[in-house]
Design a protein around this ligand. Structure first.
Ligand code: GLY
Ligand code: MN
Ligand code: MN
Length: 355
């Protein structure tokens, strides 16, 4: 049994169960090495199984070393899980309530005689601190984002649409080895940039626009996340004021970032700067979040985050100011916490770019 599995079973015991059904794909991948979305893990003190269907059987056998791989065949998941509980003397089976649907729950309840114990995503805590190998993959993923950003700049000309820019960013990242985007890219120009998570539209970019590009990729399972905002043509005084304020908030938050600080303390550094400049109501989201196998992982840097940051955690630092009917700016880097501070994995220019 690997150390990861031993730790996972301890977390499950803390929930009052003696076995667990893992159905969150990120937890499945982390614990077993199986990279597909289809399947579940059954973990108990006696054995670890991966259940999937024939389409993914050979892949599962190849990837999930140390697991008993079972083809659900005609039997189906629920009845097989019941058999495994009986074989492994599991009386209380934990399940991940953040991913199991009510319909799935009903089917398991009907077929499984062991008690079903709803658990929060407790296994995610295993993934908070990244290993050296994981950090290397995250570094590469963010580097791919940097390359895509430098490649998009020559294409930012009046008349090009937000959708075209988003498509080019995705294309660039794939050409540099990414398997997919870590989320659909946000490209928001002009007044659209006042919406933090605007959906790219057919709007052609125009001189005088802010253009916010928030994008990332998946490299060998690990996600990247970065945002840059540029101005097409000459920036107005108000654009410069907002941009430089966001940059200052980010710079100071990064300066404060180190192990031992609570997520909410780092958030407060950026938020106070923005509020004191009179834009408090225009920064309505958290400062950052962790990233790994998923684009949004815990812990966070936001107003509520009491958890303490530790070396080896990944964090985005992404303050923004969004002014209704005008436009907005976000600047986002992805960093890894080190023993005495952080290392920035993003290297794209942050001084205001006027194109
Ligand atoms: N891509 C959304 C975010 O930056 O969290
Ligand atoms: Mn982002
Ligand atoms: Mn982010």
């Amino acid at each position: 049994m690997t150390e990861k599995i031993t730790k996972a079973l301890q977390l499950v015991k803390d929930c009052g169960a003696d076995g667990v059904l893992v159905s969150d794909p990120a937890n499945i991948r982390y614990l077993s090495g199986y990279t597909n979305d289809t399947g579940v893990l059954f973990l108990s003190e006696k054995e670890c199984c991966l259940l999937t269907d024939f389409r993914f059987l050979y892949q599962a056998l190849e990837e999930a070393k140390g697991f008993r791989v079972i083809d659900i065949g005609k039997q189906g998941y629920e009845s097989l899980v019941n058999e495994l509980c009986v074989q492994n003397s599991v009386k209380k089976l934990a399940f991940e309530k953040h991913v199991m649907t009510y319909r799935e729950y009903e089917a398991y309840k009907e077929n499984v005689t062991a008690a079903l114990v709803p658990c929060d995503n407790v296994l995610a805590s295993l993934r908070f601190i990244k290993t050296k190998e994981e950090i290397e993959l995250l570094r590469t993923a963010e580097h791919i984002g940097d390359m895509a950003f430098s490649e998009i700049l020559p294409y930012l000309k009046p008349g090009v649409t937000e959708l075209e820019i988003a498509a080019r960013l995705a294309f660039s990242m794939k050409m540099h080895g990414a398997s997919e985007e870590s989320f659909p890219a946000i490209v928001a120009s002009g007044v659209n940039s006042s919406m933090p998570h605007a959906i790219p539209s057919e709007r052609p970019i125009q001189n005088g626009d802010f253009i916010t590009m928030d994008f990332g990729c998946v490299y060998k399972g690990y996600c990247s996340d970065m945002t840059r905002t540029v101005v097409l043509g000459k920036a107005s005084d108000k654009q410069k004021e907002i941009y430089n304020l966001v940059l200052k908030a980010q710079t100071e938050a990064l300066r404060a970032l180190k192990p031992g600080k609570k997520g909410k303390e780092i958030d407060a550094v950026a938020r106070d700067i923005i509020r004191e400049a009179g834009y408090g109501d225009c920064f309505g989201h958290g400062l950052g979040h962790s990233v790994g196998l998923q684009i949004h992982e815990d812990p966070n840097c936001n107003m509520r985050e009491e958890r303490v940051l530790q070396a080896g955690m990944i964090m985005t630092v992404e303050p923004g100011i969004y002014v209704q009917d005008f436009g907005g700016v976000r600047i986002e880097d992805m960093v890894v916490l080190t023993e005495d501070g952080y290392e920035n994995l993003a290297h794209s220019e942050k001084k205001l770019i006027e194109l």
